[in-house]
Design a protein around this ligand. Sequence first.
Ligand SMILES: *[C@@H]1O[C@H](CO)[C@@H](O)[C@H](O)[C@H]1NC(C)=O
Ligand SMILES: *[C@@H]1O[C@H](CO)[C@@H](O)[C@H](O)[C@H]1NC(C)=O
Ligand SMILES: *[C@@H]1O[C@H](CO)[C@@H](O)[C@H](O)[C@H]1NC(C)=O
Ligand SMILES: *[C@@H]1O[C@H](CO)[C@@H](O)[C@H](O)[C@H]1NC(C)=O
Length: 443
Amino acid sequence: MYYSSAILLFAGLASAQVAEYGQCGGNGWTGSTTCVSPYTCQYQNDWYSQCLPATGSGSTTSSTSTKSTTTVSSTTKTTSTTKTTSTTKTTSTTSAPVSTSTVFPTTNGLNFTIDGETSYYAGTNSYWIGFLTNDADVDLVMQHLYDSGLRILRVWGFNDVNTVPSSGTVWYQYLSSGNVTINTGADGLQRLDYVVSSAEKHGIKLIINFVNNWSDYGGIAAYVSAFGGSATSWYTNTAAQAAYQNYIKTVVSRYSSSSAIFSWELANEPRCNGCDPSVIYNWVKTTSAYIKSLDSKHMVCIGDEGFGLNTDSDGSYPFTYAEGLNFTMNIGIDTIDFGTLHLYPSSWGEASTWGSTWIKAHGDACTAAGKPCLLEEYGYPSDHCSVEAPWQTAALDTKGIAADMFWQWGDTLSTGQTSDDGNTIFYGSSDFTCLVTDHVAAI
Ligand SMILES: *[C@@H]1O[C@H](CO)[C@@H](O)[C@H](O)[C@H]1NC(C)=O
Ligand SMILES: *[C@@H]1O[C@H](CO)[C@@H](O)[C@H](O)[C@H]1NC(C)=O
Ligand SMILES: *[C@@H]1O[C@H](CO)[C@@H](O)[C@H](O)[C@H]1NC(C)=O
Ligand SMILES: *[C@@H]1O[C@H](CO)[C@@H](O)[C@H](O)[C@H]1NC(C)=O
């Protein structure tokens, strides 16, 4: 029962026909322009045509070759880019945990709305919570988050391995050529299930991502090891993308009806070093449309660091396109609901005070795009309070920045203190008073 959804992938799937939501045209496109039935190739912009349901709007650029007469199933599928506006609103204004909420978080102009309330929000990150094996530890963290006034928690929704670990160690997906196995067992996605159900009980909203750029918990490197290619060709590797989409489908379908999902997120810090920004753009467009086709009601974001921006640029490294990202281009994708940015000046060769430049630049870019920006990770290895509190103030005061989430939450569990990577803010510490209690009060 642990390995209940083994899937075999066939290289032969890469036929002449492009799969649903795949790219089928655009300047420089050399691949196939024919979509699998009943999808048709529809013009999106000069660089991108996409295989969309035949009923979708947009002009078709597919060839007029004989259409297959295969009957499409009778489901009334729409292109599902419309945001839900008809969710049941709770009239309650109580501050108690909203365990019965059926309202999904949404954007509202440049802000976010959670449980019917449009406001600035604060949150944090815990990459490890879905890998804990003790339910009480998960509940303890959720209760502390709720008590602190933090409403959004970003967790790792992936844990990819190339070798199945010994029993008792949590893993979500095993990747090898010819055998991709998603672990839906007690040491697999059932641990993420518990995180989602605990979040529901405690009124916490989750951002769940699907792959890591970095090799922690497998990441793109684990796919490369199974399917070949490289960290940069992963974005266009057919077998790797098929496995990635299959994994997304498994996770999204488990929680598509949960009000505890804030947003689905494509990846943690996707980069494509030295690539043309169209590579990541095309991957974001294809993947986000695929997620919306599975679940049109929840938000979708990228999880990138916010690199590649000419708005307010000072020309320094994070503003450049060196990592293959163009923030302005990506936030314009209609199946992306909001922008993300991270802030690690000490890793990027910047002074700590440069943080406000970065925040302002993204606030302006997001305002121009008409979508909110989420400062979803930030950290500094020393002087947490004096360095990061001014960033929080800048985020709160900047139009277009709708929420911030420090990296990372620290707590004391049944097993002792959680991971301390130098950026950790431990519950109850003096840094915590400054960066959580005082910040939440300022909101
Ligand atoms: C695929 O891998 C899983 C995990 O190691 C294993 O349990 C399963 O037997 C494998 N299936 C096949 C067909 O090799
Ligand atoms: C993450 O992205 C960077 C930049 O493209 C790349 O150099 C690195 O190899 C990636 N990490 C992994 C584990 O592939
Ligand atoms: C980035 O995207 C914007 C908006 O599409 C575009 O105007 C700009 O030329 C792009 N820059 C690069 C280097 O891709
Ligand atoms: C949305 O956020 C802006 C600041 O970014 C604020 O001025 C405005 O009042 C907010 N709107 C609502 C409805 O809360």
